[in-house]
Write a protein that binds this ligand. Structure first.
Ligand SMILES: [Ca+2]
Ligand SMILES: [Ca+2]
Length: 485
């Protein structure tokens, strides 16, 4: 894995100090990374020879995307600026459908140590990892540790691997001991299951992945997860847990228990309500105010949508407004401390309601409308600005106090790193506005500053400081970032 310069130094120091110091080696970090989330079946079809049963007219059927297609589109992902790719599971899946749905999504495993033929072969997985490494892109692999697919062979062949119904009935923790959506629930208390799951992590780690995204951790015993995570940490594998609906308190609890990161669902909800649907920015502020509860705030995973919830742009009734507010959301996301994840298609404001409508095929450049091209350009430049700015990608984050008169429409964040300061401004106002705020009320110390343009390209936004006042001019529904002198 590639480490940040800071981490490299820490690791180097630990190495120089010899084995005794290895226990003090910093845990793996993704701070400064930008993750692009891919659902391989819905991304790009690079090999028509593996398209058995493909029906692109049916969102519940296989669509033909695969690992060769993902490898082929790596330049698209790096051009956008992402530094890591998270793939939803690529395991060999149950062969048949359940609930009229095929296992295209990857969450119905048959064999945890093979690639589904629709996605390709293990050799093609290895080729993808190799290509990613050559492009300096980290690979984040989805890992399922809670269940098998409904129709998996193990369900009948290894009955004692699964939680008995009586245990579910008697359980005080039904989230853990009862089947999730009826899926065959693995009993991690069985030594064979434990060995299977710990071995799965070793199997994929050995293929060169940098991180695991653990599915449905709310449904897995904490004691088992702690063992799993301790091994990942010792091996330098970054871990990202999916606890559906997690807020800052849940993320903090699990960072303490050994996860490097969890998805911050509460921020996603607030950003969708405020930035996409036009509600007060105080909702976002309420989430960001809790940042100090996190042991490692730079590792928390931030997102606007994913494959399990309706698309971000779906929060507006109108496609053009959805595009404009997605541009606002993407720019805002790139000003925050944490690890941003972009689910394929958000960079063109792809629409879609609940599963499976939120899993429509990715469309590429030649198929984009002018409006989609504009969203992509804004995403690309905001990512580039974040990566070019140590303050935006690695800096501390301070929320500035807002006067009551503007708090619904304005959010100001100070990001600081190594003496560099960047001020991020989000405006939810309907129209272009100039906000003039007294520096002493903001708790901000700046000398005079001439008109300064935003770090984001193609944006009509400016900041100046004069006579003890900060002046920020910004379009309605937009976020900008300014270097402070
Ligand atoms: Ca294919
Ligand atoms: Ca379970």
């Amino acid at each position: 894995m590639r480490a940040s310069p800071l981490l490299s130094l820490t690791v180097l120091t630990a190495l120089l100090a010899g084995p005794a110091a290895s226990a003090q080696t910093a845990p793996p970090s993704f701070e400064g990374q930008v993750i692009y989330q891919v659902m391989p079946d819905r991304f790009f079809d690079g090999d028509a020879a593996n398209n058995a049963g493909v029906d692109r007219g049916n969102l519940r059927a296989w669509h033909g995307g695969d690992l060769p297609g993902l490898t082929q589109k790596l330049p698209y992902i790096t051009d956008l600026g992402a530094t890591a790719v998270w793939l939803t599971p690529v395991y060999r899946q149950q062969a048949g459908n359940s609930f009229d749905t095929s296992a295209y999504h990857g969450y119905w495993p048959e064999d945890f140590r093979d690639v589904d033929p629709h996605f390709g072969t293990l050799a093609q997985f290895d080729a993808f990892v190799k290509a990613a490494q050559a492009a300096n892109v980290r690979v984040v692999l989805d890992q399922v540790v809670n269940h098998y697919g409904y129709g998996a062979t193990a369900v009948t062949a290894q009955r004692d691997w699964f939680t008995p119904q009586a245990q579910c009935d008697a359980s005080q923790n039904k989230d853990v001991d009862c089947p999730l959506s009826g899926l065959p629930d693995l009993n991690q208390g069985n030594p064979q299951v434990r060995e299977l799951l710990l071995g799965n992590a070793e199997f994929w780690r050995a293929r060169g992945v940098s991180a695991f995204r653990y599915d449905a951790i709310r449904h897995v015993p904490q004691a088992f997860l702690k063992d799993l995570l301790a091994r990942d940490r010792a091996a330098g594998t970054w871990t990202l847990g999916e606890w559906y609906d997690a807020d800052t308190g849940t993320v903090a609890e699990w960072q303490k228990a050994g996860f490097d990161s969890l998805f911050l669902f509460s921020l996603q909800k607030a950003m969708k309500a405020s930035l996409m649907s036009g509600q007060s920015l105080t909702q976002v502020r309420g989430v960001l105010e809790r940042q100090d509860e996190l042991p490692r705030p730079g590792e928390v995973t931030l997102f606007l949508d994913n494959h399990d919830i309706p698309r971000f742009a779906q929060g507006s009734l109108f496609a053009d407004e959805g595009q404009m507010n997605t541009r606002y959301g993407l720019r805002a996301l790139m000003t925050l401390k944490g690890v941003p994840v972009l689910y394929q298609g958000i960079e063109i404001a792809q629409r879609g309601g609940p599963d499976p409508d939120n899993r429509q095929d990715m469309r590429f450049e030649a198929q984009w409308t002018p409006g989609e091209k504009a969203v992509h350009a804004a995403a690309r430049s905001a990512i580039a600005a974040r990566k070019a700015s140590p303050a935006l990608s690695l800096g501390s984050q301070t929320l500035l106090p807002m006067p009551a008169a503007v708090q619904d429409d304005l959010l100001l964040l100070l990001r600081e790193q190594g003496g560099q300061r960047v001020l991020a401004a989000w405006s939810g106002a309907r129209q272009r506005r100039t906000y003039s705020l007294p520096l002493n009320k903001l708790g901000l110390s700046v000398g005079g500053q001439d008109l300064t343009k935003s770090l984001f390209a193609d944006q009509n936004a400016g900041l100046s400081v004069k006579g003890g006042y900060l002046h920020v001019s910004i379009d309605g529904r937009d976020a900008a970032a300014f270097t402070l002198k």
